[in-house]
Design a protein around this ligand. Sequence first.
Ligand code: NI
Length: 225
Amino acid sequence: MILRIPQMLTADDIAHMRERLAKASWVDGRVTAGHQGAKVKANLQIAEDSQDARELGAIVSHALERNALFLSAALPRHVYPPLFNKYEPGMTFGTHIDGAIRQIGQQRIRTDISATLFLNPPEDYDGGELLIEDTYGAHSVKLPAGDMVLYPATSLHRVTPVTRGARIASFFWVQSLVKDDSERSLLFDLDRAIVELGQTVPGDSAAMLRLTASYHNLVRKWTGM
Ligand code: NI
């Protein structure tokens, strides 16, 4: 499932983050790439252990915690501390797969879902599309500032070269309570349908109770913990 989550951040959050990012120090993006990724990656990142990354990452993490669409779609178990990247003219990230395991201190997390949160508007730059491959081909994603895309970390993907301006984004991974993308998609559809039905059908109706029970019992069945 490739899912757009609109307006993850408020305009105030974005303005504050962009001001901080303009003053931040950027390093070669290959620091977080694996062996294959490093060969095709050419961008800039904020150092993972910098104060800027920690404080700006916390803003993103808080926004994630209160976003119903994200929680329903990702069923997060662990969220990797959000990172920040920038592509200037000539920069690109060729086709790659994100590493399956990432380390946070002593903890290892499995990357089930990849996320990109766009921090500046598409008018600011040319190129810089995120192309995500699935069985139907490549999907091109370039979103307004504050919007986020979630996609299965199992997908090959790339960022096309930026030819004008700069593309600034936050990116991170999620280990989900439900490892399998198709199971997560079913749960997400079911949850959304229950929420929608709840606007007209009383929550204590027998059918609604059974549907809600089915949702929770499927979560019980499919959570790998
Ligand atoms: Ni990637």
